[in-house]
Design a protein around this ligand. Structure first.
Ligand code: NOJ
Ligand code: CA
Length: 708
């Protein structure tokens, strides 16, 4: 439904207003006496964004900052419900009021448009540039969008960085942010660009208890928005990731920027429910999405991250060249992970336990001569190591009803990857692969480009499009963080683009609060391949002297399948570690990855999250509750269950003495009967969690079970 109301005016000094459909928000827009566009945002009568300037600086051209007058405004209303190919819910409502402002810069004979959309939970706006004689090709020196805040808010931040977001979060006031003091803690390629520079999605909490998320949606053909903080006046200003020659974006009209978003709530759980980022993205471009399958998978993977188990490398042969190395003459390492018999063992485990996919890393030549060498031709993506029998593995996988997931570690040599991707896709299709995990570890080639710059942003999309044409699903590691583009490209199912579980294996790891912050920050843009499900928590299991560990209890690892949403979920630990604890593994076997409904029951960033989800096409529910380093009682009201119906709840919880540090692997499993009136009080250990599966009970199964 589109209702259009057009008003033609040419006054300056006048303030335009827009209200959200539920009237919780008001946006004011005006042009000040210097001809600068200014907006502000009010939520439930409280100012969230004070009058803040909008505009852009151009390279070698007069700026688009001042000298504007309002030429025309248009308002409209939109209300539509759409069905995602997969998701946290089966239907999404997009309901907003829109204000389109056409601004004229008389002296330069140019116009720009700013389009504002006010949803029931926040604002999206973007700059649009129509084709016109005096604005055709232009280069952006910087975007100067301001977000003037009302105070020194509590902020969950990671340093501004053009190449990585694999940091854990600091929680400080805006005035206390110092990106220069943050250690990468295991990140290979990182670097801050300003002490007061931070990344988005940015979460803040005001003294009055209002949560504000500043981010962007639909990042296409533009570079990533990060923020600079004025630490005296609490004004955030956008700053874009530059390319190798310092340009922020190359534009040719007609073109527009991504949406800038401000999502606001006085209830943290409501923030997690927001669909505004998705609603600001374009509908799916994939006409026939039948090849896209949410799935759980295992992989020859964790064995390379923990000490002493597996290697990506086939041999010890540094200083090799891809094209003139005789691989068959090299001596294989006993721990090479991707060898055929090992892959078959993983296929067996997947088939036996109902997993659709097996990721295999280290299958292709090149790993020996990568680390530290910034060379262009590290991998070719089609030549297997001699002990990885492509045909035999394919046949074995088919016979077991499992698919191998391809791995393309690009080594961030993107020129090389783009040159070879067509052949790599042919290889995948010939050998039955319908999903690929890509990786971008290292500094980008072409040298000087950044992971989050315009050129790379376009690269990730090119890959997603090419894969969609070939009916292949994508999980990208080390890409730019997602901005809701999985609505447009639902085959681009997950990204890493944050600090995943792997850091727990080989670095100081992720503090216990990490997983209570990610859903409020990184996951605002889309699913994360966090790789949950680690059962063997301490690395001294593999190497007596190693003090690294996963910073959660085992039960919390189970809860992450619910709290860390992704349509691709890995059961990341080694099969032999699951085989020792099949009772707990049952939850991973049972848990769904696609949902009809989701209830965000309680949440506080940095502290706890409890979520319930209804598995697609069934009446089964699953609950995940997690806490930070503090023990707590999670409150789970089962009011979402069908009335007048008993459900068997299998509760996978922390044992009484569990503790992420001292006793992380101690869990207890309990079966009880619950109904829609039950309110469960579930104890979570320090760094702990609980996972619950709920099935409608039939009479015979109820015998002997306690009703609570
Ligand atoms: C980093 C990725 O996050 C990890 O999952 C992968 O195993 C390595 N790179 C090697 O590609
Ligand atoms: Ca990574």
């Amino acid at each position: 439904m589109l209702l259009m109301l057009v008003m033609a005016i040419s006054l300056s000094g006048i303030t335009e207003n827009l209200q959200s459909p539920n009237k919780n928000f008001r946006l004011d827009f005006s042009v000040n006496s210097a001809g600068e566009p200014v907006y502000s945002l009010i939520y439930k009568d409280k100012t969230i964004i004070k009058p803040s300037k909008l505009g852009l600086e151009l390279k070698n051209d007069p700026s688009l900052l001042t000298g504007f007058n309002i030429q025309k405004v248009e308002t409209s209303t939109f209300d539509e419900t759409w069905k995602p190919v997969w998701g946290e819910v089966s239907e999404i409502r997009s309901n907003y009021n829109e204000l389109l402002v056409i601004l004229e810069q008389k002296a330069e004979e140019r116009t720009i448009k700013i389009r504002f959309r006010l949803f029931n939970d926040g604002l999206g706006f973007r700059y649009e540039f129509d084709k016109q004689p005096r604005l055709n090709y232009f280069k952006i020196a910087n975007e100067m969008t301001q977000f003037a805040l009302t105070g020194d808010h509590k902020t969950f931040w990671i340093p501004g960085d053009y190449d990585t977001n694999e940091y854990f979060y600091a929680t400080t006031k805006l005035s206390e942010v110092d990106a220069g003091k943050v250690d990468g803690n295991g990140i290979g390629t990182h670097g801050y660009f300003a002490k007061n520079g931070i990344q988005t999605p940015l979460l803040m909490k005001t003294a009055e208890g209002i949560y504000i998320s500043i981010f962007e949606a639909a990042l296409v053909d533009y570079s990533t928005m990060q923020l600079l903080i004025d630490q005296t006046n609490f004004v955030l200003t956008s700053t874009l990731v530059p390319d190798a020659v310092g340009t922020k974006a190359y534009m040719q009209t007609p073109q527009h920027t991504p949406w800038r978003t401000v999502i606001v709530s006085d209830n943290a759980a409501e923030l997690l429910e927001s669909k505004t980022i998705l609603n600001l993205n374009e509908p799916s471009k994939i006409a026939d999405p039948s090849f896209i399958h949410p799935q759980k998978f295992i992989g020859i993977w964790w064995g390379m991250h923990v000490p002493n188990i597996m290697s990506w490398n086939y041999s010890h042969s540094p200083n090799i060249k891809l094209k003139d190395t005789d691989w068959s003459s090299l001596v294989p390492l006993p721990q090479h992970g991707a060898k055929t018999e090992n892959v078959k063992r993983y296929i067996d485990f997947a088939a036996k336990n109902g997993f659709a996919g097996v990721l295999v890393e280290g299958w292709n030549v090149g790993w020996e001569d990568w680390a530290g060498n910034w060379k262009e031709d590290v991998f070719d993506f089609i030549t297997p190591y001699p002990d990885f029998d492509v045909k035999a593995i394919h046949e074995y996988a088919v016979s077991k009803g499992v698919k191998i997931i391809m791995h393309h570690e690009t080594s961030a040599s993107v020129t090389n990857y783009e040159r070879r991707i067509d052949k790599a896709i042919e290889f995948m299709k010939a050998n039955g692969y319908d999903a690929v995990k890509t990786g971008y570890v290292g500094w980008i080639i072409p040298r000087g480009e950044k992971h989050d710059g315009q050129w790379m942003v376009n690269h990730y999309i090119r890959v997603a499009e090419k894969l969609a044409e070939n009916r292949i699903m994508l999980d990208a590691h080390e890409p730019v963080r997602p901005t809701g583009l999985h609505r447009t490209y639902p085959n681009w199912m997950a990204c890493e683009a944050a600090r995943g579980n792997e850091f727990n294996a080989w670095s100081v790891g992720n503090p216990p609060e990490h997983e209570t912050i990610l859903p409020f920050t990184r996951l605002m843009g889309g699913p994360m391949d966090y790789t949950p499900g680690i059962f063997e928590i301490k690395m001294n299991y593999y190497d007596a002297k190693n003090t690294n560990q996963v910073h959660t209890t085992l039960a919390k690892q189970l809860a992450l399948y619910i709290t860390m949403y992704s349509p691709l979920q890995m059961a990341a630990d080694l099969p032999e570690n699951y085989e020792k604890r099949m009772d707990a593994f049952q939850f991973i076997k049972d848990v769904a990855v696609d949902w009809d409904d989701t209830k965000y029951l309680e949440a506080e960033p940095g502290d706890y999250i409890t979520i319930a989800r209804k598995a697609k096409g069934t009446s089964d529910w699953f609950v995940g509750a997690i806490t930070d380093e503090n023990a707590r009682i999670a409150i789970v009201p089962f009011s979402f269950l069908d009335a007048n119906q008993w459900y068997i709840a299998t509760i996978y919880g922390d044992a009484a003495t569990a503790d992420w540090k001292e006793n992380p692997m101690s869990y207890q499993i309990q079966k009880v009967l619950v109904n829609s009136k039950t309110i469960l009080k579930q104890k979570l250990a320090p760094g702990g969690g609980a996972a619950i599966s709920l099935k409608k009970a039939v009479k015979e199964e109820m015998k002997g079970l306690k009703k609570i």
